[in-house]
Unconditional design. Structure first.
Length: 349
């Protein structure tokens, strides 16, 4: 990394504002090429290697770098494990799209947004608002003037969606029906571990949206914890839509995408005002992106393999899945927001 990082940062997206060191108030800048962005499943600490060129710079100095105005980023939000990385990779193959998958900077902003009025916040509310605008501007930089950034956020960052979608822009909201979501999570060891790890935080988030706790964590079975996670993320997106009147939002059922991938891919591209020919869509759907695990492309993972795993999970956990679905239906009778969100996706079919 040379001493002219300011010039590099002002020119294009080659320097990613990667991580924030809160104690020292510095930003880690990492040098990435277009191909690096294309390959990266996550733009967080997982891409740090000994070969990655990087440098810490004070936030105050970074905020002084003059940048040209860039188009507002477009966004992919989702409820988790519903093909968001896959859609991001497919849409990222469009020349005029620069796909950013789960930038850590947004996660940090989201975490601080949840406590920005609290004494433990590292930034004052005014500083948070200023830095939020700066960070979004930094992430909106591309490599060419005809290119637009499309950010695929982590599910946790959906809490930040109303603020990110306050300006007119386009967003894709990905989800799956509850009866498909539960076996999807139960079919994978990593997704089960994630469910246990995030269950408490998701129950807290759901409680904030509902105004009252719908359950006590220690009383929930694994399948119910998965169902609660589904409710949390779905309600978060539904609330974000209601709070974002200027955003153009397309809801997409991932199961519907898998049934009609070319059609749904073309629909998503058109929603983002990106040109994609039918031949391009067909080539992408028949290509390696669809036959590998999007979060780890070195592993094979086709729609057919996914269906086999779902069938196994449905058979193994049939009783628990039925009980969890009935539990959610009961919760929906007590909390109108849950019922409204469920009704909303039912009408999307």
């Amino acid at each position: 990394m040379t001493n002219s990082w300011q010039n590099q940062f002002s020119q294009d997206a080659g320097l990613l504002p990667h991580l924030v060191d809160l104690p020292t108030d510095q930003v880690l800048l990492s040098h990435l090429t277009e191909d690096d962005y294309r390959k990266a499943s996550f733009l967080d600490q997982r891409i740090i290697t000994p070969q990655l060129r990087r440098q810490l710079v004070p936030w105050a100095e970074l905020s002084q770098v003059a940048l040209v105005k860039s188009p507002t980023p477009q966004y992919i939000f989702h409820i988790g494990h519903v093909g968001s990385t896959l859609l991001s990779r497919l849409l990222g193959e469009i020349d005029t799209v620069l796909a950013l998958r789960e930038p850590q900077l947004l996660r940090t902003l989201c975490e601080i947004s949840q406590i920005r009025d609290q004494p433990e916040s590292p930034w004052s509310p005014d500083v948070y608002e200023k830095r939020f605008s700066e960070a979004v501007h930094w992430l909106s930089r591309s490599f060419r003037t005809d290119q637009r950034v499309m950010i695929k956020a982590s599910s946790f960052v959906s809490e930040l969606a109303p603020q990110l979608l306050a300006a007119p822009t386009d967003a894709l909201f990905l989800y799956a029906p509850l009866d498909r979501y539960i076996p999807t999570i139960l079919a994978g060891e990593a997704s089960v571990q994630e469910t246990h790890m995030m269950a408490g935080a998701r129950l807290n988030r759901l409680t904030r949206h509902l105004g009252k706790a719908p359950a006590r964590l220690w009383e929930l079975s694994l399948a119910q914890r998965v169902a609660m996670s589904w409710m949390c993320e779905l309600v978060t997106l539904f609330a974000a839509q209601k709070a974002s009147p200027y955003a153009q939002i397309l809801w997409m059922d991932f199961e519907s995408f898998l049934q009609h991938p070319e059609e749904r891919l073309l629909s998503a591209a058109a929603h983002f005002d990106q040109e994609m020919s039918m031949q391009k869509a067909a080539d992408l759907i028949s290509g390696p992106i669809m036959s590998s695990y999007s979060k780890a492309p070195e592993h094979d993972y086709s729609p057919n393999l996914r269906q086999e795993l779902l069938n196994e999970a449905n058979q193994k956990h049939a009783a628990d899945i039925r009980a969890a679905i009935l539990w959610v239906e009961k919760i929906a009778t007590e909390f109108p927001l849950v019922a409204d969100a469920m009704q909303w996706i039912e009408t999307r079919k």
